[in-house]
Ligand binder design. Structure first.
Ligand code: HEM
Length: 206
């Protein structure tokens, strides 16, 4: 029973931040209560970016948690969480193009080319695109073993996303250290698991 409802419940929970932000935008446009603070565009850019990296790192956490907690059913959530990461990256890009750049196409190319943190963020988005496009059963079946190889690109996407955040740091290093540290732990686990038999066999709940 828990297994059956877990997926739809997680699906709806992952949608909540987007629903909240969409409601905030609706209120801002209709002159209602101010949910997005004094600088709504900046708030939306930061929030969509935060949720994008949280979901990306959560998708990276599934494999270690599945083995350490001995819960194979967690794998059922991995693809959905990965697709949500891409969904929030798309919202983040949309906010950037719409609210920060006002669809000025000539500025968009210049921003991507001249601001290193945007170049890095955009590269992560580009690499995530084929992963999201092939995250469905049909694509997985058609690609066979190549699917797994292709989806190792996730590691590069996470590293680029963390670099993007590190580059933006102004006063507090908290986010950069938190996301960088989590990425290091979850990627490090994979490397250790690959080389060490005892790590492969270890589980907190046997
Ligand atoms: C699609 C290309 C991307 C563009 C154009 C972009 C642009 C931006 C911009 C303009 C900001 C606000 C910077 C500021 O405060 O002045 C930002 C922040 C942020 N972005 Fe991106 N980004 C991109 C991709 C990504 C990706 C792929 C991720 C993660 C998966 C991400 C995560 C974040 C995070 C977490 C922040 C907040 C950083 C902080 O705490 O200050 N971005 N991004």
């Amino acid at each position: 029973m828990v297994k059956v409802i877990a997926k739809p419940v997680v699906f709806l929970l992952c949608l909540l931040p987007a629903a909240y932000l969409a409601y905030g935008v609706y209120l801002a446009f209709s002159g209602g209560e101010d949910l997005l603070g004094p600088d709504p565009a900046q708030y939306l850019a930061l929030e969509t970016g935060e949720w994008a990296i949280r979901f990306l790192i959560a998708s990276l956490a599934i494999t270690p948690l599945r083995f350490l907690l001995n819960m194979p059913s967690l794998f059922r959530l991995r693809r959905m969480i990965g697709v949500y990461a891409y969904f929030y990256v798309c919202l983040h890009l949309l906010v950037f193009l719409w609210f920060l750049l006002g669809w000025q196409w000539d500025n968009i190319g210049r921003e991507i080319a001249e601001r290193p943190y945007i170049t890095i963020g955009f590269s992560s988005f580009v690499l995530l695109t084929p992963l999201a496009a092939t995250s469905f059963n049909v694509a997985q079946r058609k690609l066979g073993r190549k699917w797994k190889t292709l989806h190792r690109l996730t590691y590069a996407c996470v590293i680029l996303a963390v670099l993007h955040v590190v580059w933006i740091v102004r006063s507090s290093y908290f986010d950069a250290v938190l996301y960088g540290g989590l990425a290091l732990v979850f990627l490090g686990y994979r490397v250790l698991r690959h080389y060490s038999e005892s790590v492969r066999k270890y589980a907190i709940f046997g």
